[in-house]
Write a protein that binds this ligand. Sequence first.
Ligand SMILES: [Zn+2]
Length: 313
Amino acid sequence: MSSYVVALDVGGTSMKGGLVSENGQVLVTDRRATPRAEGPDAVVTAIREFIADLAARGGADLAGVGLAVPGLVTATSAVYAANLGWRDVPAQAFVDMDVPVMLGHDVRTGGLAESVLGAGRGVSDFLFLPIGTGIAGAMILSGRPYGGAEGWGGEIGHIPVFPDGEPCACGQFGCLETYASAASVGRRYSERSGVPGVKAEEVVASDDPLAIEVWDEAVEALSLALATYTLLLDPSVIVLGGGLAEAGPALFDPVRTRLVKRLAFRDAPPLVPASLGVNAGMLGAALLGWTAAGRPSVGTGWTMDVRSAPAVS
Ligand SMILES: [Zn+2]
């Protein structure tokens, strides 16, 4: 097997792994549960074992390891992750082998992949906004994911869009995420209708007036946040991903219409769907792995149709 990197996208419930060659071939994909309930050290151990097992399938030519992890992250340390209980875990703690390792923030790493390989290819300034259980953004500025002074940059889900709005789990009020994440859309409809456990996609597809109302508020919240982002950072394009983007025109059309209406003196940037889907974090981690290996520009030469790459399922 040719030279390759191990790439791992570590989420709160599962870890998506892969081996990616220097010409962009996804050689292996695999997925394991994140043993979050067993504590922070158990998760680090599970990651180390997963990486070792993946590397064993790749052979001797392991060039580097890239990991996408949640929370506050630098290239060399998982500084703080509330949902995994981590504080200051050094990158080398995740690997047993003597190979270069690089960490990245999960959403920004997905944004890096969309930037180099996906919907943002060839675009130097854009927003990658995955809308799933929560909402966080990757701001690609001048061709690079931007994390701000301390790594908190891109927390678009916690922009207060409605003054005196509903309380958010983060402690603030009126946050975008409280109205427009997939989890919130389902929860808010359930609260109003008294029907428990309704999923966001069911709300989107429903013609029940309560469902229309909840979806309308989600669209309103999104268009407000995107107008703010557009006015601040002038993106060429806004890339929407995550589970809620699967709603397609039911999401894109009304958000686009309202965003256009919100902006008076400038055009709205196009809204486009993300193209890497669930593989974005893993592919971004592969780019980090090649960067760690001293080959930061490897990914720009990849011509694979990433949609045909095996999905990490
Ligand atoms: Zn919040």
